[in-house]
Write a protein of this length. Structure first.
Length: 340
């Protein structure tokens, strides 16, 4: 790294920024993070806010209450690329929430690390962590949202489509889960027309829909929630899905496979989408269930680019949060006193 690539210096805190759900970024801020991600993907080591001459703290706490592959690898690798050390705390290794409160944990960690990344269950825990931390807190997945995944997804779509504004993105399957919520919120933040399809009883909550509609009114996007998979798919530019059986739902597997079978992303479904539609899946994928092997392994699939882009999007997010929190200065981003 040279000083002209990125300088990262200690700066007084002017208000810590956290990323707990997709709408924690304004439309302009989301675009700023995605632009930074593209720049950092092209020059992987050009931004290093965790280097010794940067924030002054090299360590990032990466806490897992749930098992992980892509999240673990992408954050650990990303922290190293940014000049820091990832302190990975595996499931069962910490005492957050049972021997020690979330609030007390936050007050300890903020004195030792630059950033806190947490993959957990209840979103309320992340809110409590952020409320008691003067360093950025990042939601690496919770029961309600998966916002880091959506940054990677949007980066992938932008790479292949050139722009996000005005595209139609359809999500099929279990639409009451964290991925459906984040597709709604992040998609409309980017000015996209987001369609969510799932069976009755497995649709986004009224509160999430209302928040998405409010953001869509600001950006020119739109929201459609339906039980009709064909209605959601018709002419879509992007088709996304997720596993029908998430962690903790294994006992419901047989019932879920039957319930969601009409929402599979297979070759018949893709014929309803636009001819140049692209396919996303956050992984792990179960071929023959929520997505056909011919689709995920076919020419329309961007799944492997999407998986790689977790690394680049999260690196940009961490650097952006440090900059916006006044804990580092990243060249190329507007100063804190300037427009977002």
């Amino acid at each position: 790294m040279t000083p002209t690539e990125t300088s990262a210096t200690i700066a007084p805190t002017t208000g810590t920024r956290h990323f707990l759900k997709d709408t924690d970024l304004s439309p302009a801020e989301q675009a700023e993070v995605l632009g930074l991600a593209a720049r950092m993907k092209a020059a992987p080591y050009s931004v290093q806010p965790f280097a010794a001459e940067g924030s002054g703290r090299k360590t990032v706490a990466v806490i897992f209450d749930k098992t992980s592959t892509r999240t673990r690898v992408s954050f650990a690798t990303g922290v190293a690329d940014l000049g820091g050390n990832a302190l990975v705390i595996n499931p069962g290794e910490a005492q957050i929430g049972h021997k020690e409160s979330v609030e007390d944990t936050a007050k300890v960690l903020e004195r030792m690390v630059s950033t806190i990344v947490w993959r957990t269950g209840a979103h309320s825990g992340l809110v409590a962590m952020a409320a008691n931390s003067r360093v950025p807190v990042i939601n690496a997945l919770c029961d309600d949202y998966h916002p880091c995944q959506l940054l990677a997804d949007l980066l992938t779509i932008k790479e292949h489509k050139g722009s996000l504004q005005g595209l139609t993105m359809s999500y099929l399957g279990d639409s009451a889960n964290n991925m459906a919520n984040s597709y709604l919120l992040a998609g409309v933040t980017a000015g996209m027309h987001v369609r969510i399809a799932g069976p009755v009883g497995y649709l986004p909550s009224a509160a999430v829909i209302a928040e998405a509609e409010e953001r869509a009114a600001e950006t020119g996007g739109s929201v459609l929630v339906t039980v009709d998979a064909a209605e959601a798919l018709l002419g879509a530019d992007v088709v996304a899905t997720d596993t029908w059986v998430s962690m903790g739902q294994e006992e419901e597997k047989a019932a879920r496979l039957s319930l969601f079978r009409d929402y599979a992303v297979d070759e018949a479904a893709m014929k309803l989408a636009a001819p140049d539609a692209v396919v996303l899946h956050c992984l792990p994928a179960y071929r023959g269930y929520e997505i056909a092997a011919e689709v995920i392994d076919g020419p329309q699939s961007l799944v492997w680019d999407e998986a790689e882009n977790r690394l680049h999007a999260q690196k940009a997010l961490m650097a952006w949060l440090m900059h916006r929190s006044g804990l580092a200065v990243v060249d190329g981003l507007p100063p804190l006193s300037g427009p977002a």
